[in-house]
Write a protein that binds this ligand. Structure first.
Ligand code: UDX
Ligand code: ADP
Length: 468
């Protein structure tokens, strides 16, 4: 059915994206929406994913994406599992396959695992019989484009121009970020062919992004900009989290500090929310990538500097567990603890590197019983914790989840958790009842008045127990 509609239109160019995950899927949907004269095809080795993109239940939860897919699918946006054919048909190929942190061999736990990416490069080469522009969309270690060029040009007499176009979207706000990006960065070789290819990509974005926000650079600067942007953002969170630890010792309030420093225009107010720690598929992976790169070049001091951000993030998660343990009378054995949220941030079902995974594992180690609640991430949570020993239940309804529990730990800043009827929740919990607000989203004074013992991040605790 889709093919018929496809052939009945002539498009200016055929764009392909290999990898239909969070980045590939959302980016291409918006590109198709904004560029009706281009035909956009997304392929993936995971057939289930493709089937889901072609169904009413999309494979990712992302506010606004359904409407955009509905408006474009079957018109100029197509999802297919026939990768070779799609490669042959395309003039421009975006590559958005996953590059997780390597978990084996040299560089394990640090370097990017490039196996999926390299397979894609070889598949592009083997299936191509005409010139193509290849655009790296994923987060890749610096100089990956060069490796891609080498693989692509190893056998054939076909010209491939490799471009770096890192994606800066954040999950949960992907559609907004794509429709109205702060900037689009396009890096290429500074040769006549490289610049020609780069201009083709600029042409696509000019369909909706103001020209002043489309910036170009050499290819390595583009690749390194992506790592640097994520490192800077994560650094802000680790910085405010480090301050939150001092606040908890001294009685200062981290929210007030963030407000006071954020008003300084040189600092700015964003990414200063103290939390149980940052998660997501990018921050830790990209910093570790950067650290690996620095060590490779013998820049050990620089590597240590950036690695400190991940160390503080791990420390913040462990500090959260320590506070729970200390406050709940130094034992969590058989205590029932409800996690409000499992996604790595609000408005997504994604749990990759979510701090909730670490917290759940540690609580299970302490032999606590867990009840896990989340409006979108329960299925992912079940997979993440499949190998963890311990008593665990998954309950979407937060009232039902918290009933009978000794403590609630807020892991994700879902708006819904700020709006619950906490008097009702308190009545149904074991006493004394504790709340550990890992996102500082609740009304702590009010919770205290209801009867809870409240432990925010980086703010004075509100406890009904008398200090001795
Ligand atoms: C990030 C970058 O923002 C994006 O530009 C890049 O393309 C991919 O990586 P993402 O991981 O989707 O995006 O989400 P982001 O909103 O940046 O949040 C990352 C983590 O930091 C989340 O766990 C979030 O809860 C946490 N965070 C964010 C804080 O703890 N405090 C803050 O102030 C901001
Ligand atoms: P991101 O958040 O960066 O988009 P995801 O893991 O959500 O990461 O998406 C990456 C996608 O790339 C997955 O759907 C995966 O199946 C797909 N993929 C990985 N390797 C290949 C490949 N060789 N060919 C096609 N798709 C691939």
């Amino acid at each position: 059915m889709v093919d018929k509609k496809q052939s009945s239109r002539t498009f200016k160019k055929n764009i392909l994206c290999i990898g239909g995950g969070y980045v590939g899927g959302s980016t291409m949907a918006v590109m198709a929406y904004k560029c009706p004269r281009y035909k956009v095809t997304v392929v993936d080795i995971n057939r289930d994913r493709i089937n889901q993109w072609n169904s009413e239940t999309l494979p990712i939860y992302e506010p606004g994406i359904e409407e955009i897919v509905r408006a474009t699918r079957g018109k100029n946006l197509f999802f297919s599992a026939d990768i070779d054919k799609a490669i042959r048909d395309a003039e421009i190929i975006f590559v958005s396959v996953n590059t997780p942190t390597k978990n084996f061999g040299t560089g394990a736990g640090m370097a990017a695992d490039l196996q999926y990416w390299e397979k894609t490069a070889r598949q592009i080469r083997d299936a191509s019989d005409s010139n193509k522009i290849i655009v790296d969309k994923g987060t890749l270690p610096v100089k990956t484009a060069l490796a891609m060029e080498r693989i692509l040009t190893a056998t054939k007499d076909v010209q491939f121009d490799v471009i770096s176009n890192p994606e800066f979207l954040a999950e949960g706000t992907a559609v907004r970020d794509l429709l109205d990006p702060d900037r689009v960065l396009i890096g290429s070789r500074e040769t006549p062919e490289g610049i020609r290819a780069r201009n083709e990509i600029v042409e696509i974005y000019k369909n909706w992004v103001p020209e002043g926000r489309i910036i170009t650079s050499d290819i390595w600067s583009s690749e390194l900009s992506k790592l640097a942007a994520n490192a800077f953002l994560a650094q802000r969170i680790s910085s405010i989290n480090a301050i939150s630890a001092i606040c908890e010792k001294t009685g200062a309030n981290v929210t007030q500090i963030a407000h006071a420093i954020g008003l300084d225009k040189r600092i700015g107010e964003k990414y200063l929310s103290a939390s149980v720690g940052f998660g997501g598929s990018c921050f830790q992976k990209d910093i570790l990538n950067l650290v690996y790169l620095c060590r490779h070049y013998g820049l050990n001091e620089v590597a240590d500097y950036w690695e400190g951000i991940v160390r503080i993030n791990n420390y913040q998660k462990e500090r959260f567990i320590f506070t729970m343990l200390l406050t709940m009378f130094n034992t969590l054995v058989d205590k029932k603890i409800c996690l409000f949220g499992f996604a790595f941030k609000a408005n997504t079902g994604d749990t990759r590197e979510s701090p909730a995974i670490y917290i759940a594992k540690r609580l299970a180690e302490e032999k606590a019983e867990l009840v896990i609640s989340d409006p979108q991430a329960i299925e992912n949570a079940k997979k993440d914790l499949a190998d963890v020993d311990g008593k665990m239940r998954y309950v979407e309804d937060p009232y039902e989840a918290a009933a009978g529990c000794d403590a609630i730990a807020v892991m994700t800043e879902w708006n819904l958790y700020a709006k619950l009827d906490y008097e009702k929740i308190y009545r149904a919990m074991a006493k004394p009842a504790f709340i550990f607000d890992g996102r500082n989203i609740l009304d702590h004074k009010r919770l205290f008045d209801i009867g809870f013992n409240v432990f925010p991040i980086g703010k004075p605790k509100l406890s009904h127990f008398r200090e001795r």
